[in-house]
Ligand binder design. Sequence first.
Ligand code: UDP
Ligand code: MN
Length: 329
Amino acid sequence: MRLKLRNIFLVYFVVSSVGLLYAVLQLGQQCDCSHQMKSLGMGRPKEQNPGHAKGPREKHVVDQLPVIYLVTPTYARPHQRAELIRMSQTLLLVPDLHWILVEDSAERSPLVADLLAQSGLHYTHLNVLTPPPMKLKEGDPNWLKPRGVEQRNEGLRWLRVNQSPMDRGVVYFADDDNTYSVNLFKEMRYTQKVSVWPVGLVGGLKYERPLVDKGHVVGFHTAWKTHRPFPIDMAGFAVSLSLLLMHPEARFDPNTERGFLESSLLTHLVSMEELEPRADNCTKIWVWHTRTEKPKLKQEEALEKLGRGSDPNILVYLSHDYQHIVKAF
Ligand code: UDP
Ligand code: MN
């Protein structure tokens, strides 16, 4: 009996010593927390579904920030890569952002897919071609036809298929050539219905902005078609995800009168009195409607005729078919 007790004690001693040793060794180890981070919606997993409109449906736990869904139409031209690099690197500074990049093309181009895969952002890559009659022709002034309409609607369609009204988020339509301060994203994140702010360098003015009295929007500082229900540029508002999902009819109307594109969406969603002014009662400019000068490529064509064109293996554009783009430009 005495012997048995001693054995039991010995086994107990050895087992607890091994356990203690294991615990001490684990203390010094690095933790691979990527799976925990993913389940919290953190980290930056890449779009795993190049096939179609299904992105990572990450569930953000209650204490996480509402997600900013940024819908960006984009199309092939010589400075497209420059625009998307500039934009993506601004977006890297914004937490909990999901970039929905929609190409105006018949297919998603592999080089845009590569750019996104290397961006370090959460993203979804979509495409839809603007019907040819609606597309600007060479030499057309850019105001002749609305631009990026089908692509923004495709972004809305993706959100309606892939998100539920329970998901907390805000949707912003961010063109690929504007200039965005990181402050803008802080302003829009907590949007109840539709939040608004000024846009710099737009509408032939230094800025356009909502006019605010006692915390409410009472009018707009704009010079053009002032009778529009919402004389606001695309860059000047964001919409709550759940509001958009509650109004499946709300979309951009490609056939609306010039200047009424923003109103064609917003009239389904809010009244002017309900708009939520941001950016210090709409007195700060955090987004600019900048436009990039078309690059001049005459010398490129001249050198190509001499057989001394630039090395096609050096990536400048997002299309290998750059000859075609240069001519169409
Ligand atoms: N865009 C597009 N297809 C086009 C022309 C423009 O998808 O044929 C996109 C463009 O990349 C941008 C948005 O639509 O994100 C608005 O176009 P743009 O910047 O030319 O318009 P503007 O600055 O004149 O409003
Ligand atoms: Mn633009």
